[in-house]
Design a protein around this ligand. Structure first.
Ligand code: G4P
Ligand code: NA
Ligand code: NA
Length: 194
């Protein structure tokens, strides 16, 4: 998605440790018009897949997920990282290990919002090592819901997540794919070097 790549080039900041800071439009301040365009793009990619529900994980996945749900006219469910006091029902849970933070988080969703006849589209902001998406896939497995695919805003293609998912036969659609941060610049997969 050229618009997204241009925005990453313009506003993204490469931090030490191969981290892209996109706080001005995705991870802190949110650009609703860009998110809307992103949601429409995911909706277009999965328009023939009879998606019944969007699944993401809080917090940064929610913005692109909600715009996708709006475009596809389906509900958006986000897994929680901390148990809310109003979550008294039975839960599906999965452990998500964060390589960046070196901690394991438990994510959970209320069983009543994810059904065996659901056809789920998983959305997230970043794909790095794929642990968050793997946790969401595990939750769908527990619910016996079908996963139509995974939509990612920014895939760091030099990390293992993309391969991990494709090896499992998961359909993965990434709107921007970063090949490297060489020389502290963002290099996209397939970009022509002039
Ligand atoms: P993984 O799920 O792909 O294995 O990711 P990893 O553990 O490496 O990353 C942990 C967190 O860092 C996730 O957000 C992930 O979205 C985010 N992340 C990974 N790489 C980048 C990056 O280059 N830039 C930015 N901005 N974020 C990155 P989180 O901490 O779980 O939560 P939240 O921000 O959604 O609340
Ligand atoms: Na995320
Ligand atoms: Na994040």
């Amino acid at each position: 998605m050229k618009l997204l790549e241009a925005r990453i080039r313009e506003d993204g900041l490469v931090l030490p440790g191969n981290v892209l800071k996109v706080n001005s439009f995705l991870n802190h301040q949110i650009d609703p018009e860009l998110m809307n365009t992103i949601g429409q793009e995911f909706a277009h990619l999965f328009r023939d897949d009879n998606i019944t529900r969007i699944l993401t994980v809080e917090s940064s996945g929610i913005a692109p997920a909600i715009m996708t749900g709006l475009a596809l006219h389906v509900p958006v469910l986000f897994a929680r990282k901390t148990k809310s006091s109003t979550m008294n029902n039975s839960l599906y849970t999965a452990d998500v290990y964060s390589y960046t933070k070196k901690v394991t988080n438990k994510i959970s969703v209320d069983q009543k919002f994810l059904l065996a006849d659901d056809n789920v589209l998983i959305i997230d902001d970043f794909l790095a090592n794929g642990q968050a998406v793997s946790g969401l896939l595990e939750i769908c497995r527990q619910a016996q819901a079908n996963v139509a695919g995974v939509g990612i805003v920014v895939e760091k293609a030099f990390q293992t997540g993309g391969q991990l998912l494709r090896d499992q036969g998961v359909r993965l659609e990434s709107l921007a794919q970063i090949a490297s941060f060489a020389d502290d610049q963002v290099h996209f997969v397939g970009e022509v070097v002039e």
